[in-house]
Design a protein around this ligand. Structure first.
Ligand code: URA
Length: 202
């Protein structure tokens, strides 16, 4: 893949899984750039799909932006992306964005999108991918992983040619308030790790 424009076009024309039938927007970073930190989420929600077309523009995005601000990191200097590019939905009469609620992507949907994620990482060439939640972590590892075992500790991925830094998903703070402190500590460790890489000239 040669450019972000080619990536977008490919995904906009993608029919590898059925999510293209119900999406409003393919959700991709609108200011794509080569950058040190790639923040990899799970899948778009209603706001991303129906309003902005931009990853992490909704409630989870606000939490993420606040945590990044705590370590003086501005999201506009990061690349934001998702493991699945189109919103996975289930019918719901109480949906805030259409007659749907969000759901987790299936393993088939994740697999269908994996070549796009790989192409995206190849274009961004990050030094660090911070995975947000269990879905991107398990996808990167190629096996089911428990966040409890991985969060806040980096490891190197030969496949992606960069470090992986697992974090909890920002939305998990909404349902598990007790995670907020752990999340803040992990984000602080990420800051220290990024500073260490910079010192080493990476
Ligand atoms: N919005 C996104 O773009 N990704 C998520 O994982 C959650 C909300």
């Amino acid at each position: 893949m040669k450019s972000f424009a080619e990536l977008r076009k490919g995904i906009e024309n993608c029919t590898k899984c059925s999510l293209y039938k119900t999406r409003t927007n393919v959700v991709l970073d609108r200011k794509p750039q080569k950058t040190v930190l790639f923040l990899l989420g799970e899948a778009p929600g209603g706001h991303e799909d129906m309003v902005s077309g931009e990853p992490f523009s909704g409630e989870a995005g606000k939490i993420l932006t606040d945590f990044l601000a705590q370590i003086d990191l501005d999201r506009k200097h990061c690349y934001l992306g998702n493991t699945v590019k189109c919103r996975p939905t289930k019918p719901s009469s109480r949906g805030r964005f259409g007659p749907y609620a969000n759901r987790k992507p299936t393993s088939a949907e994740i697999k269908s999108c994996s070549s796009w994620v790989e192409a995206e990482i190849g274009l961004v060439k990050p030094k660090v991918i911070a995975t947000l939640g269990g879905v991107p972590l398990s996808t990167i590892l190629g096996k089911q992983a428990r966040l409890e075992d991985y969060h806040g500790k980096y490891f190197y991925s030969a496949k992606y040619g960069c470090f992986i830094f697992p974090l909890y998903h920002p939305a998990s703070i909404i349902y598990r308030r007790q995670l907020a402190q752990t999340y803040a500590q992990d984000v602080f460790k990420l800051k220290e790790f990024l500073q260490e890489l910079k010192k080493q000239g990476n």
